[in-house]
Design a protein around this ligand. Sequence first.
Ligand SMILES: [Zn+2]
Length: 970
Amino acid sequence: MRLLTFLFITAIGPAIGNINADTLKPTESEALKYPPSLLPGNYNPAITTPSSVLGFPVGSRTSTTDQIVEIITKIASESERVSLTEYARSHEDRPLYYLVISSPENLARIPEVKADLARLADPRGLSEAEGNTIIDRLPAVAWFGHSIHGNEASGSDSALISIYHLAASLDEDVVSMLEKEIVIIDPCMNPDGRTRFMKIMEEARGVAPNVDDQSRLHTQSWPKGRYNHYLFDLNRDYIHGAHPETRGKVAAMNEWYPQLVIDAHEQGAQSNYHFSPSRQPINFNGPPQHEKWNEVFAKDQASAFDQRGWPYFNGQNYDDLYPGYTNYSKYRGAVNILYEQPGIDEDGVRRPDGSILTYKESVHHHLTSTLANLYTLAEHSAELYRDFLADRRLVTSESGPYGNRTFVVLPTRNESRMLSFVRTMKMQGFEMFTAEGDIEVASVTTQLGKNLSNMTIPRGSIVLPNRQPEARLLSAMLEFDTPFTDGMMLEERESLLRGEGSMMYEDTAWNTTMLHGLEAWTVNAHIDQNLVHYQEAVVDSGLKDVDGSIGYIINGDDDRSVGFAARAMESGISVRVLQRATRLDGNDWPRGSIVVSRNDHRTYDGDLAADIGRLADELGLSIQGFAHGTAPGDLPDVGGRYFTRLVPPSIAFVSNGKVNPLDLGAMWHVMDTHLGIRHSQLVWKGLAKFDLRRYNVIVLPDSWEPEISDAALTRLSTWVKNGGTLIANGGSAAALSAVGRKFTSARHISDTFENPGKYDLALQREWLALQKTIPDDSQIWSNVVPQDVTYPWNSESKSPGKDALKKLDDWQKIFMPKGAVLAARTDQKHWLTMGIGKQLPVLYRRPTVLMSDGSADVPVRFGVLSRIGQERWDQMQEENEGKKSARKIGWSTLPDQYEMNLRMSGLVWPEAAQRLVNTAYVTRERKGNGQIILFAYSPVFRGSTPGTGRLLLNALIYGPGLGTSQAIIL
Ligand SMILES: [Zn+2]
């Protein structure tokens, strides 16, 4: 292999040239392009050169993850200017490192530096003079993160050069710069992704350079190196912390309060170099001085590029609304800069002007940016610290923008859900309290945007005053809505109307409480009374047995109960699920509670109590023994129909092909982290030939133009009818519900206009059932057939005709949300909603809009009803000239005296709200002995949506037992 490598380099060497980064000694013409003070000069010969490890000059090819580790480990052991820290291990057990590079004197006082930084970050009680003293003695701190997307390789290779340069240069300017600066470099933020990328590229290499960016070497095969092991985009994870790579990085960055945070990426191969500032929309929670500093850094960076005649741009393409990129550091006070280099992938790429942009040049671009930014920082560090301190004083003061606001999360019986939320908050170092007793407040705003007066915050609520050092990030994560500028709204609307698509680069909503499905309030006051610092409760887990126990039960409101059921069944223990709330031995149990009955284990040859006790302990759950099978009154008894025995799931996910890797990855992550049971991943093409009888649950993740052949569909159909549970998300759900496939009765909204009344009637049935009203006694018991019977269509409004509905739909779909949180109502008698309250915030992204005519259940539907007060209702009637209940939204009729709430967070244009309201988020339909469950959008997203994620857990683990008929095996 080594021989081939040499042949390869020899072959491509002359064609694309080499960068001799060994010495970074530029040619004469090159030398002129560096800022004079950073001219490479003499290097310490005791420091290993990257190319001596690589076997080729840096930038002539791509370095592997192992090579990067070898180089930085060597340099760290040789240089007195470098300290190396392993901050995390990836899922594939690769180490992640950051290097702290500075003068030996600065390295010797790191604890003092960190203490000073922390003091500035929380200046409560810090005098003006003390602040100035600290600023005077603090070195600048910069943080460079490279190649978080594993297939955007040039960042890491440029890091090898900058690390070597800073560690080994004997040049006076470098030496004196390191006296003033601490440079932290994370050379490889996604080692698992880079390793996948390198493997794919290795397989695509030939002997001649490949400069066609449409060729396999450049396009990569599914699922590409961009993602980490679980196919997550790590550059969206900073506010969720779903992965060890992120958690380690956030913990490290939060200790350092870097003044400058660089995130080096690649974009389309035919583009030019991009660096911050970003374009609108920009999140208002960023520090006001950020834009000013972005401009200062950009000016110097632009000038470094101008000197070399390199094209670049900024203020385009990338907005800065979503706070979960590396830009999360901005809310903590850093100047955040995004580098986007044309993606070259080794060899080089032919450009429209006939030239070849080489990988070496792409590495050089990042390097030049790095050096330029370091210089700017050295010059402005003290001023940046002064701005930082001033802003920290502002946000911790009563008169600051966050001085009088508090976020409150109401208590829940879902302990693991709450724990997930508080750990997300703790990861960011937010100050968090528990309400010691009830707290009276004048008014609160609910997640549905309602203002309620004279409310009581119940004891046990989690309280996060926004007036605190990390106020900006806290607000960005917990405020219910993130506003845009008026100008941005006009531009977005114009872009949609012109058919140029949304200008939003990312979702417009990500609120942590909503995605967790936790009820929260915003209180417009600073709360500091009746609080204790939040302490994670010690879980009283394991088995609580009683004398003569006939069974054991676990609270079904806790998400981990599903994990218990899954693991218990995996280890051969029989499990039942409670379908209606009941009371056993004086304890109340919600529906969804998990029961292990002794009677089901007459032939069990282990120690049942010990086995389930151990499982509960592992999951941090308490499992309660009970001695009597009878419940008071009509409540379900243990031997009745509501204690349903579950069928062990055997789960397969469909993979590869047109599957959206992010959706597959998110579900795989839930399987491994939440359930911990076996599953299979089948390539899509296998659906038409594999033996599907091995599985009783098959999941089709979201997909683009899904490849469901007729043969695959026929086999799936037979498999469902024989008792399978088929789950499909987003694009796959849309494909299955297409009219022509005749697979399910669920339909995409655009296919429902032939008979819209059918869908409206299904809706009215749901509403009337919920209202629990019956016709008047005099009518029911009358022996004469009554003349005036109320029917749901007793409305004066007529349904618009097919053509009108289609026209409306064509118009409405122009405005569909790019990613927003919508309010949904749930069917509290449906097994899919066990562990979920009446209202569920749902993260929704276009384009799938599902409808049911009543043949498929709709356990979760968009829109929450709220009653209109009598006074306002009368007024509305008056305005409507007495036309009673003549109220329709598209195909659906609104019940009298109710209105629909839909938008919870993010940009939802009114047209889209009208299109989405009353449509199904989830449908579940019986087919033969099996069932089909469709999600309009992925229920698990970025490991950040435990609220809707519970629906998926229920579907996966309870589906075979609750929605299907299984054969009795004789
Ligand atoms: Zn990227």
